[in-house]
Design a protein around this ligand. Sequence first.
Ligand SMILES: CC(C)(COP(=O)(O)OP(=O)(O)OC[C@H]1O[C@@H](n2cnc3c(N)ncnc32)[C@H](O)[C@@H]1OP(=O)(O)O)[C@@H](O)C(=O)NCCC(=O)NCCS
Length: 198
Amino acid sequence: MPVFLETDRLLLRAWRDEDIDPFAEICADLEVMRYFPEPLSREKSILLISRSREKQERDGFCIAPVELKETGAFLGFVGLNRPDYPKPLPFDPCVEIGWRLKQSAWGQGYASEAARAWLRFGFETIGLDEIVAFTIPDNAPSQNVMRRLGMTRDHEGDFLHPSIPEHHPFAPHILYRLGRTAWNRSPDGRAGDGPGFT
Ligand SMILES: CC(C)(COP(=O)(O)OP(=O)(O)OC[C@H]1O[C@@H](n2cnc3c(N)ncnc32)[C@H](O)[C@@H]1OP(=O)(O)O)[C@@H](O)C(=O)NCCC(=O)NCCS
């Protein structure tokens, strides 16, 4: 099973069928999904995995499983995603970074550790110019990860999520951005000597 990236504590690898049960459990957890309109049914979790596998084939990346090296445990996903909602995002085309971990894996730096590896991949391996992230204003834990990664909020970028009904309280989203130049200037970017370093 291909491992895409490796960090000190984590493997970021391809999806496999054995991920379905633990992933469905995470997506059915009301606390994990509290900033989403609803938790996901098992069928929707399976669909998310199969769409991620298709995107891996199409784009060369996807929201990918995070595995703890020490135990082999499946923690959730962190990865890059090229959104393709039926209605476009106002800042399309874009590549977003996203994360969803099981509760017992929160508060240990795993999301940020995995995300840093994906940012390096995005800027240095496949030469992206910008990576975005978005969430609802109340999702402080997710915004904390964005800021830890050096992303900055684009206050002009607030938008209504195209897949959420307009009047739903979770429709309003905020946008964070990280450009290649800011990445190169950041401690994470300076730590590398890949082609993106200037
Ligand atoms: C968003 C989410 C991934 C954030 O997880 P997280 O564990 O808080 O984020 P990080 O990996 O950056 O961990 C940082 C925390 O680990 C702590 N930590 C402990 N050991 C650490 C270590 N060795 N290295 C770094 N941080 C460590 C940090 O102090 C920090 O704690 P704090 O937030 O209390 O200050 C998680 O809350 C989640 O999965 N939420 C549900 C899904 C969701 O909402 N996704 C986002 C949708 S937009």
